[in-house]
Design a protein around this ligand. Structure first.
Ligand SMILES: Nc1ncnc2c1ncn2[C@@H]1O[C@H](COP(=O)(O)OP(=O)(O)OP(=O)(O)O)[C@@H](O)[C@H]1O
Length: 250
């Protein structure tokens, strides 16, 4: 087991008695692209919600010697665990740079935010470079293409120094070129970070996953490489009944 892994043990989340996540054991380690797949309603987002403090979970989730369950979401961000959402949450009226600066400010004491700073923090510059938006830094985020907005969100996690990033359907709605660029971006930033991607696009999973965890009905159904998951009969059964196209057999 990687010493810097996020270890999830026996995690459950209930909504009025309905178990959306049920006894999940999973580990997310740095240096590999880990994909979370499963049919609609499998519990993927709820799992991530619990790990990022948006819903209450039972069990445990330890990272860097800290128990994440029970922490408020801003404390989880400070512990180095961040996420994106299915719909981009950038401020459209603010520039790319301002969006990154605000995200960077989450780690800055409030009194320092009150003072005008000179220059752009190195972390912001680096993030702009990594996400390929350096030339668009002064454009309002609202004019960015869909893919670029998602990259900006990833940049916001970079400047927060998120060591663990949960990305929710990042490539949904992206063009083929944007998908390929996103794959490369994740590969680059994932070398020393833990990247977990919730994804329905099986081509993207096949092209980029090192590890795949398949969820179904709130539980982990299978875990392994893409080849192992494709060969898994339980996985085939779950997907065969659901999607005729774009599934793990395609
Ligand atoms: N706040 C909530 N209150 C009640 N039920 C919820 C709530 N959030 C999620 N659920 C239910 O929990 C189950 C898991 O939902 P979740 O969104 O985690 O699945 P998912 O695997 O992320 O699905 P998708 O791929 O469609 O996003 C679903 O049955 C959903 O209806």
């Amino acid at each position: 087991m990687h010493p810097d892994a996020l270890l999830v043990r026996d995690l459950s989340v209930s909504f009025d008695g309905f178990k959306a996540v049920s006894g999940v054991d999973v580990s997310f380690a740095p240096g590999e692209l880990h994909f979370l797949i499963g049919p609609n309603g499998a519990g993927k987002t709820t799992l991530v919600d619990a790990l990022t403090g948006l819903v209450k979970g039972t069990g445990s989730a330890s990272y860097g010697g800290k128990e994440l369950l029970g922490l408020r979401s801003h404390k989880i961000v400070r512990a180095g665990v961040g996420r994106t959402f299915q719909t981009a949450t950038v401020f459209d009226q603010l520039t790319v740079l301002q969006n990154l600066d605000i995200a960077a400010g989450l780690h800055r004491p409030a009194w320092r935010l009150a003072f005008a700073r000179h220059g752009v923090p190195a972390a912001v510059d680096e993030a702009l470079e990594k996400i390929g938006l350096s030339d668009l830094r002064h454009k309002p985020a609202g004019v960015l293409a869909h893919g670029q907005k998602q990259w900006l969100e990833i940049g916001m996690l970079l400047v927060q120094d998120a060591r663990v990033m949960f990305l929710d359907e990042t490539v949904a709605g992206m063009s083929a070129d944007e998908r390929a660029e996103t794959g490369e971006l994740l590969r680059r930033i994932g070398r020393e970070r833990t990247i977990v991607v919730i994804e329905h696009d099986m081509d993207f999973v096949r092209n980029h996953a090192d590890v795949v965890t398949v969820m179904h009905a709130g539980k982990v159904l299978a875990e392994g490489s893409v080849a192992e998951i494709q060969a898994n009969e339980a996985v085939q059964e779950v997907y065969l009944g659901r999607t005729a196209k774009g599934n793990v057999h395609a």
